[in-house]
Write a protein that binds this ligand. Structure first.
Ligand code: NAI
Length: 425
């Protein structure tokens, strides 16, 4: 933490406070949406460097000296070397969903919270899935592919309205529930299966087993996370339980569906079609070819993992992540950090606020409190969260009192301290 001289009732005292945002440096990589910069500027940040490309490892380490806030998307790798060179880094924003491009444990061990935007593209996925359901039930993919080849296939056979059809949603979370609501607006009858008890929205009905859902649906759409119990969730046995002529949509994770089994179910005509956005192996860039056993099927909509990729989602992600970074910087809140104890804090108007991040070991909190009690400083509020590695204590204290430099130094000298700073606003 750097020093900052502030005017106090006793101007002779030098205080160690968190620096004003105008003095802090932000580095935004990979063309993060301009909405992020707008949020940061509105919060008083002025030194914002934006780079179009990804920067990783050693090259990133060379850029991180003096940087307080780092923003990346999915291609920059923030490894231990980069983090080791980032002595001033306060927080990392991943302007995307995934965070595995960051060494999260190392960041945590250095007291750096990492934020992302897990739900900013929920609506985008839901809209695409809804459109695909309509197209699949109308047999449009096949007719479209034929038309591109110069074949005219005018027929009502095998084309259905979605109204009145049974939609089975596997995984009734953020995306699943949105799809349920939108599908009902089109007159679909919605049922869902989830391993957790989820509140049914609208007229949706829960079913007790996956098999029951599969057997009773005209269309099945998958919205589960990638987890050991969802890998291969839909294999040959599950596809066989689906109704003949049903359609399947997967915009969740590629590992959830056994692609070879799906190809068999399409080949035999058991399924009338599918829409697949995610694959067990995906090209790493747009320069690599896309290989899949599903490419040969006219009745399959194939999209390159773009379920959540819209201009609106990018803009929302920019705002969501930048707001989390600002909130942590200005207020100390770590709500929804992916690698950090979560503390949701009220505003601290009229008080100072200490943010103290330390290794989780016995006695640190007592020593922090002793600094305040030894100097007769009134604590107005205290918040503590820990995980197995670190503790995060936030102390709001009386602003009328002087809090001189040596007292903060004592806080920073407490054994196990990773970061400490005081907010004045
Ligand atoms: P969420 O966490 O809000 O919901 C997931 C739901 O699945 C939860 O209700 C959970 O209880 C349930 N679930 C977990 N294991 C299950 C199982 N074995 N069987 C049934 N239900 C199970 O997640 P959200 O935001 O709705 O995302 C869902 C999926 O969509 C994730 O895999 C995510 O990676 C993917 N996704 C894909 C995008 C794309 O571009 N195609 C964009 C955004 C998300």
């Amino acid at each position: 933490m750097a020093d900052h001289r502030v005017t106090t009732p006793d101007a002779t005292l030098v205080h160690h406070f968190s620096r004003p945002n105008a003095d802090l440096r932000c580095l935004l990589l990979e063309g993060v949406h301009p909405s992020a910069e707008a949020v940061l500027r509105a919060a008083g940040f002025e030194q914002i460097e934006r780079l179009p490309g990804a920067v990783s490892g050693r090259a990133l380490a060379e850029r991180l000296g003096g940087v307080h806030v780092l923003g990346i998307r999915s291609r920059s790798r923030v490894d231990a070397e980069a983090l080791g060179a980032a002595a001033d880094l306060r927080a990392i924003g991943c302007f995307c969903i995934g965070t595995d491009q960051v060494d999260l444990d190392e960041a945590r061990a250095r007291g750096v919270p990492v934020f992302n935007a897990p739900f900013s593209n929920t609506r985008s996925v839901a809209e695409l899935v809804l459109a695909e359901l309509v197209l699949l039930l109308r047999d449009v993919p096949r007719k479209n592919a034929a038309a591109h080849r110069g074949e005219w296939r005018k027929s009502a056979g095998g084309a259905y309205e979605v109204r009145g059809k049974r939609l089975g949603i596997v995984g009734y979370g953020h995306i699943g529930t949105q799809i349920g609501v939108l599908a009902e607006a089109l007159g679909m009858r919605v049922r869902y299966y989830d391993v957790q008890t989820r509140l049914a929205l609208g007229n949706a009905e829960p079913v007790r087993t996956l098999d029951e859902l599969l057997a009773g649906s005209d269309a099945v759409t998958l919205h589960v996370p990638e987890a050991p119990d969802t890998v291969g969730l839909i294999g040959a046995a599950q596809l066989a339980r689906m109704r003949r002529g049903a359609v399947l949509v997967n915009a969740s994770r590629g590992s959830v569906v056994d692609i070879a089994a799906l190809a068999d179910a399409l080949e035999s005509g058991h399924l009338a079609g599918a829409a697949i956005d995610v694959f067990p192996a995906e090209p790493r860039s747009n320069d690599e070819p896309f290989e899949s056993a599903l490419r040969r099927f006219d009745n399959v909509i194939l999209t390159p993992h773009v379920g959540g990729s819209t201009e609106e989602a990018q803009e929302r992600i920019g705002v969501e992540v930048a707001e989390k970074l600002v909130r942590f910087n200005d207020n100390g809140s770590t709500l929804s950090a992916v690698n950090f104890p979560e503390v949701s804090l009220p505003p601290h108007r009229g008080t100072y606020r200490l943010l103290h991040i330390h290794r989780n070991r016995p006695g640190v909190l007592a020593q922090v409190n002793a600094v305040f009690s030894d100097h007769g400083i009134n604590i107005e509020g205290e918040f503590l969260q820990t995980d197995e590695a670190i503790g995060y204590v936030v102390v709001d204290f009386d602003m009328e009192r002087e809090f001189a430099i040596d007292k903060l130094e004592r806080l920073k000298r407490i054994d196990g301290t990773l970061r400490a700073r005081i907010l004045t606003r």
